[in-house]
Design a protein around this ligand. Structure first.
Ligand SMILES: [Zn+2]
Ligand SMILES: [Zn+2]
Length: 136
């Protein structure tokens, strides 16, 4: 968790934060079911930083789950990315939104976490320690 976040890793976290698997995203974006497999492999390679998505695909991905394309570019090009939550990689550019809790902010208890992730960790610690919400 301490390794610097890559552009691909950023997408992985934002996708996972949206509760989507790569297959889910491929299903959402594929124009035909036959395209889902190749699209899923492509997204996986993008998340592994093996290939860069086209501008079009990046836009399509943004339609599937929330992430900030400026942050993505910063991470890709090695620029100065804004502060990101260390779990879900949200930022002030694209805060988590929750129907009940509203948009997130930086946690007072741990400033590297947003309030939504801090609340989830607190809730998980209260019930099931060591349980990971991440999906591959
Ligand atoms: Zn977060
Ligand atoms: Zn957040």
């Amino acid at each position: 968790m301490t390794a610097p976040l890559t552009a691909g890793g950023y997408l992985t976290r934002r996708r996972a934060a949206a509760g989507l698997s790569i297959a889910d995203v491929a299903t959402m974006l594929a124009t035909h079911t036959a395209n889902e497999g190749p699209l899923a492999s492509l997204i996986a390679r993008i998340e592994q930083d093996e290939v860069e998505p086209s501008g079009l695909l990046l836009n399509q991905l943004r339609g599937a789950f929330a992430f900030d394309h400026h942050t993505y570019r910063f991470l890709l090009l090695g620029g100065h990315a804004p502060q990101l939550c260390r779990i879900c990689a949200c930022s002030w550019c694209d805060p988590c939104d929750d129907e009940v809790a509203g948009p997130c902010a930086w946690s007072d208890i741990d400033p590297s976490l947003c309030t939504h992730c801090a609340a989830r960790i607190a809730a998980a610690a209260a019930t099931q320690p060591e349980r990971s919400a991440r999906e591959a």
